[in-house]
Write a protein that binds this ligand. Structure first.
Ligand code: NAD
Length: 421
C-alpha cells in the first residue's frame, strides 16, 4: 500500500461504507467506524552514531476496541504516512474480527529507511518509539507485532523497553518475538500455510479439491514460500513462481523444497535449473492455472490487466494485490477471490496464540499451534463463504464484500452489546 498514489484511507472508508449499507446500519455507525478511536503521533529524537540528533515521525493508530485490545504491526518505511497507518489499523479491525480473535485493530509506523541506520541507531529509534507510545500500548491495551521492515529483534527491543519502564516482564506486550523470548516456531510458516488452507477450501468448493490442481505464485518470500510448500504437500502442482528478479515455469511441477533452497542460497528463483521456460515477474498472474496466489506487492491485478487473468481461484497472500476496479472484472469473469483480510490472517492468528501462551507462562505445545491455525482458517473461510452464499446476492457481490460485511457486523454487534451505540 505504501508504493501507490491512491489514498488507502479513502479506499478503506469506501469499503466500510459498502459494508454498512449492505448490513442496513445507520450513518452513525459509519461515522464511528470511519475514524480511529485514537491516533498517537510522536516525534522521536534519536542520537545518531556521529553524535548528531535526528528526529523521526512515528504513529500508532488504534481504530476500534469493541472486540478487545488493539492488535496490529508496526512498519518502518520512508513512505509511511498518517492515512496509511489509519487505513491499515482499520483493516486490522476487520481481519481480527473475521478470525474471531478477541482483538480490535491497531497499526503503527515510523517514517524511516531502516537500511540507512546502523544497528545501534535502529535499536535507539525502536526503544524511544516504544517508550513514547508506552502509555497507549500494553498487554491488555494494544499489542504490536512485526510488519514491513520490522522483525523479531525489533519486538525484543520493544518488549525489553516496556518491561524496563513498567518494572515487570511484559512478554505479552508484543508478538512475533524471538523463540527464546516467548515467540512461536509456527509464526514463520503461519501466513503462507494459512493462505494454503483457505486456497484448498476454495478449491474444494469451486474445483472439487486441491489435489492435482495447478498453482502459480507471484512473490517467493515468507508468504509465497510457505504457501507453495503447504499446497504442494496437499498434492497441488506448483507450475510457476516469480520474485522481483523474474520467474520460472514447469508444467510438470516445481520441487518446492529445492526451490526454497535455491532462493535462500542465490537470492532468486530464476537460478532454479529444472524449468521449461523462464517467465517475467508478472507472468504467474496470466497463466492458465487453477489457483493463483499473489504473494508479493499491492496493486498487481488492476483494470489494465484483470481481463488476462485465467485462474479460477485467487487466494490473496499479499495485502491489497487486487484493485477495486480490477476485481470488478474478475467478479464478472466468475473468478473466486479469497480476500486478503481472510487469506493472510494466519500471522495474526498465530500471534494471538503466542499472546495466550505468554500469559500462561509458556504452557502450549508447539504441535497444537498448527492445528489451531488450520481450524481457525477453515472456520473463517466457511463463515465468509456461507454468509456470501446465503445472505448476499452472489450475482452482485463477491467474497470480499461478504468478508467485510461479516467483519463489520461482528464489530457492530460487540459495540451494541457493550452499549457503545
Ligand atoms: P517478503 O519480503 O518475505 O517477500 C516478498 C517477495 O516478493 C520476495 O520474494 C520478492 O522478491 C517478491 N517481489 C517483490 N517485488 C516483486 C515483483 N514486482 N514481482 C514478483 N515478485 C516480487 O514479504 P512477505 O512477508 O512474504 O510478504 C509478501 C506479501 O504478503 C506482502 O503484501 C505482505 O504485506 C503480505 N503479508 C505477509 C505476512 C507475513 O506474515 N509475512 C502477513 C500478512 C500479509
Amino acid at each position: 500500500m505504501s508504493h501507490t498514489t491512491r489514498d488507502p484511507y479513502e479506499e478503506a472508508k469506501k469499503e466500510l461504507k459498502q459494508a454498512v449499507e449492505i448490513l442496513g446500519l445507520s450513518d452513525e455507525v459509519y461515522e464511528i467506524l470511519s475514524v480511529p478511536e485514537r491516533i498517537t503521533r510522536v516525534s522521536i529524537p534519536v542520537k545518531m552514531d556521529d553524535g548528531s540528533i535526528k528526529v523521526f515521525t512515528g504513529w500508532r493508530s488504534q481504530h476500534n476496541s469493541a472486540l478487545g485490545p488493539y492488535k496490529g504491526g508496526v512498519r518502518y518505511h520512508p513512505d509511511v504516512h498518517e492515512h496509511e497507518v489509519i487505513a491499515l489499523s482499520m483493516w486490522m479491525t476487520w481481519k481480527n474480527s473475521l478470525a474471531q480473535l478477541p482483538y480490535g485493530g491497531g497499526k503503527g509506523g515510523i517514517k524511516v529507511d531502516p537500511h540507512k541506520l546502523s544497528p545501534g541507531e535502529l535499536e535507539r529509534l525502536s526503544r524511544k518509539y516504544f517508550e513514547m507510545i508506552s502509555k497507549v500500548v500494553g498487554i491488555d491495551e494494544d499489542i504490536p507485532a512485526p510488519d514491513v521492515y520490522t522483525n523479531p529483534q525489533t519486538m525484543a527491543w520493544y518488549m525489553d523497553e516496556f518491561s524496563r519502564l513498567k518494572g515487570f516482564h511484559a512478554f505479552g506486550v508484543v508478538t512475533g518475538k524471538p523463540l527464546i523470548l516467548g515467540g512461536l516456531q509456527t509464526r514463520v510458516i503461519s501466513t503462507g500455510h494459512g493462505t494454503a488452507v483457505v486456497a484448498a477450501e476454495a478449491a474444494k468448493k469451486v474445483l472439487g479439491g486441491i489435489e492435482g490442481k495447478t498453482v502459480a505464485i507471484q512473490g517467493f518470500g515468507n508468504a509465497g514460500q510457505f504457501a507453495a510448500k503447504s499446497l504442494s504437500e496437499m498434492g497441488a502442482i506448483i507450475v510457476a513462481v516469480s520474485d522481483s528478479k523474474g520467474g520460472i515455469f514447469n508444467s510438470k511441477g516445481l520441487n518446492v523444497d529445492k526451490l526454497i533452497d535455491v532462493k535462500l542460497k542465490t537470492g532468486s528463483v530464476v537460478n532454479y535449473s529444472d524449468v521449461e521456460k523462464k517467465i517475467g515477474t508478472k507472468d504467474p498472474l496470466y497463466l492458465d492455472v487453477d489457483v493463483l496466489i499473489p504473494a508479493a506487492l499491492e496493486n498487481q491485478i488492476t483494470v489494465e490487466n484483470a481481463d488476462q487473468v485465467k485462474a479460477k481461484v485467487i487466494a490473496e497472500a499479499a495485502n491489497g494485490p487486487t484493485t477495486p476496479d480490477g476485481e470488478e472484472i474478475l467478479t464478472k469473469k466468475g473468478i473466486v477471490v479469497v480476500p486478503d483480510i481472510l487469506a493472510n490472517a494466519g500471522g495474526v492468528i498465530v500471534s494471538h496464540i503466542e499472546w495466550v501462551n505468554n500469559r500462561m507462562g509458556g504452557w502450549l505445545k508447539e504441535e497444537e499451534v498448527k492445528a489451531r491455525l488450520e481450524e481457525k482458517m477453515t472456520n473463517s473461510f466457511n463463515a465468509v463463504w456461507d454468509f456470501w452464499q446465503n445472505k448476499l446476492d452472489t450475482s452482485k457481490y463477491n467474497m470480499r464484500t461478504a468478508a467485510y460485511a461479516l467483519a463489520v457486523k461482528r464489530v457492530y454487534d460487540a459495540m451494541k452489546l457493550r452499549g457503545r451505540i
